[in-house]
Design a binder for this molecule. Structure first.
Ligand SMILES: *Cc1c(COP(=O)(O)O)cnc(C)c1O
Length: 279
């Protein structure tokens, strides 16, 4: 059963409701995080909460006090679940509240959802996933906004077998997927878009660190759509996905349509090194 912290109380998620006047509902003003919990211990919580602070600041939401409370609320919630051994996701949301002061939101609301995690299937891990190109730039890339419509619209129009959409700028630069960071492997190098063009992915940063520690060359520049054809492999990263191989983007098959060794190696390194980012 999912739990929610809202209005200073922990209650079953289905008993929570946001007022219809909230600007998250009326104008899409809100930011959030998705933090993985492994057996009661949060993974990279500090990095997620720092990013949330940046997202609310970037959105004009005045949430300094909320950000300060979140670590306590999260630890309190975890202690109430499965004898402190909860395995799942913690999702703190900060919304615009009811007051819009010309783009400043001085009275935000927040809630924290403690829920199960929907991991990729064995088949997706083993055979890789496909992405649908989305030929727009994601606005305000440093903000993890609750508004995913720009990523979802092209997904609804494409084949239902696609896992996510992939943002590609009109100049053919690949930035990131709808809710994941994107990596291309080519000529012995790993290429991924720089922060600023994309969100500071927490998994992205960990994978770059692990890759460099293990002798891979990582270039932080946008991969080009024209490089997909000659790429050896591609993969996406994210809190729930960890490292997931990509075998096709639109009609372009990558690496012969099979997952490659680099993604597999990095997924293994991620699991082996998880303890370093537990807090
Ligand atoms: C959440 C998200 C990611 C992945 O970030 P993680 O911190 O690794 O989970 C990447 N890009 C976008 C647009 C996202 O919303």
């Amino acid at each position: 059963m999912a739990l929610c912290y809202y209005n200073e109380k922990f209650v079953p998620l289905e008993e929570c409701a946001l007022p219809m006047t909230d600007l998250a509902i009326q104008r899409g003003v809100g930011a959030f995080e998705s933090i993985r919990i492994y057996e009661g211990t949060p993974f990279a919580m500090k990095q997620h909460l720092e990013r949330l602070e940046g997202s609310v600041e970037g959105s004009g939401i005045e949430a300094g006090e909320i950000i300060k409370k979140l670590p306590c609320v999260i630890r309190d919630g975890l202690s109430r679940l499965e004898n402190g051994k909860f395995d799942g996701l913690v999702k703190p949301y900060i919304t615009g509240g009811d007051i819009n002061n010309k783009g400043s939101f001085p009275a935000p609301r927040f809630f924290v959802i403690f829920d199960e995690v929907h991991k990729p299937t064995e088949e997706e891990r083993k055979s890789g996933i496909t992405l649908e190109p989305n030929r727009v730039a994601r606005p305000f890339p440093l903000i993890k906004s609750t508004n995913y419509l720009f990523g979802l619209i092209p997904l609804s129009k494409a084949q239902k077998t696609n896992f996510e959409t992939l943002y590609i700028t009109p100049d053919g630069e690949i930035t990131e997927a709808m809710s994941s960071s994107f990596f291309l492997c080519k000529g012995g190098r790993i290429i991924t878009a720089p922060v600023g063009s994309v969100l500071r992915g927490v998994t992205r940063e960990i994978i770059i660190t692990l890759a460099r520690e293990n002798g891979f060359q990582v270039d932080e520049r946008c991969p080009l759509e024209s490089e997909l054809a000659e790429a050896d492999e591609a993969f996406i990263t994210g809190t729930v996905k960890e490292v997931l191989p990509v075998v096709r983007v639109g009609s372009q098959t990558i690496g012969g349509g099979r997952p490659g060794p680099v993604a597999q190696h990095l997924q293994r390194l991620f699991l082996l090194n998880q303890a370093r980012w537990m807090d």
